[in-house]
Design a binder for this molecule. Structure first.
Ligand code: HEC
Length: 165
């Protein structure tokens, strides 16, 4: 009788553990593990978004993507993508401003001296010419703060940003 009950409890526990594991990451991990493989899935992007520091983890990636339409004529964001009027933006987070090899920046950006992070990008995107007078990025600015959050979240997810360890 006692052993039976124990067995039943054990079985329940096992089932519960299995369930919580399936609901967590163990079901996903093996599928997304070959990180070097191309084309992250929507689930990978959702996970990358959730891992961003606040408030960017609340970003709306589809709005960010549609705001990126404002940048697309001058910037590519894919790894190894070409420079257009503006430099390729893959890996821009953590990169020193004006430092992408092979791109001819203005003196203003070359002399900026900071490293791109969300805070700098937020100011830059709200008005590039007010933030760095003399820049040759002719973009009027994105005035809605929530649009900037969404666009920065989108850029983080798409350009290979890795949170600091
Ligand atoms: C009309 C073309 C144009 C548009 C539109 C544009 N940019 Fe730019 N962008 C540039 C140019 C040109 C530069 C180089 C600026 C300089 O050297 O002064 C630049 C530079 C940048 C940089 C600095 C990169 C570095 O390596 O330091 C970032 C970040 C950036 N742009 C993001 C954006 C985003 C995000 C958008 C959309 C909201 C956008 N840009 C829209 C032309 C553009």
């Amino acid at each position: 009788m006692r052993t039976l009950r124990l067995a039943a409890v054990t079985a329940l526990c096992l089932a519960a553990t299995a369930c919580s594991k399936d609901g967590g990451s163990s079901g996903e991990a093996p599928a997304s593990a070959p990180a070097s493989a191309p084309a992250p899935t929507d689930a990978d992007k959702a996970a990358a978004l959730a891992a961003l520091p606040a408030p960017y983890n609340t970003g709306d990636l589809s709005n960010g993507q549609s705001k990126f339409a404002l940048c697309r004529s001058c910037h590519t964001i894919t790894e190894g993508g070409p420079d257009l009027t503006g430099p390729n933006l893959y890996g821009v987070f953590g990169r020193k401003a004006g430092s992408k090899e092979g791109y001819a920046y203005s003196d203003a950006v070359k002399a900026a001296g900071f490293t791109w992070d969300a805070a700098h990008l937020d100011k830059w995107l709200s008005s590039p010419r007010e933030f760095l007078p003399g820049t040759k990025m002719t973009f009027a600015g994105l005035h809605d703060p929530k649009d900037r959050i969404d666009l920065i979240a989108y850029l983080k997810v798409e350009t290979g940003y890795k949170p600091a360890p």
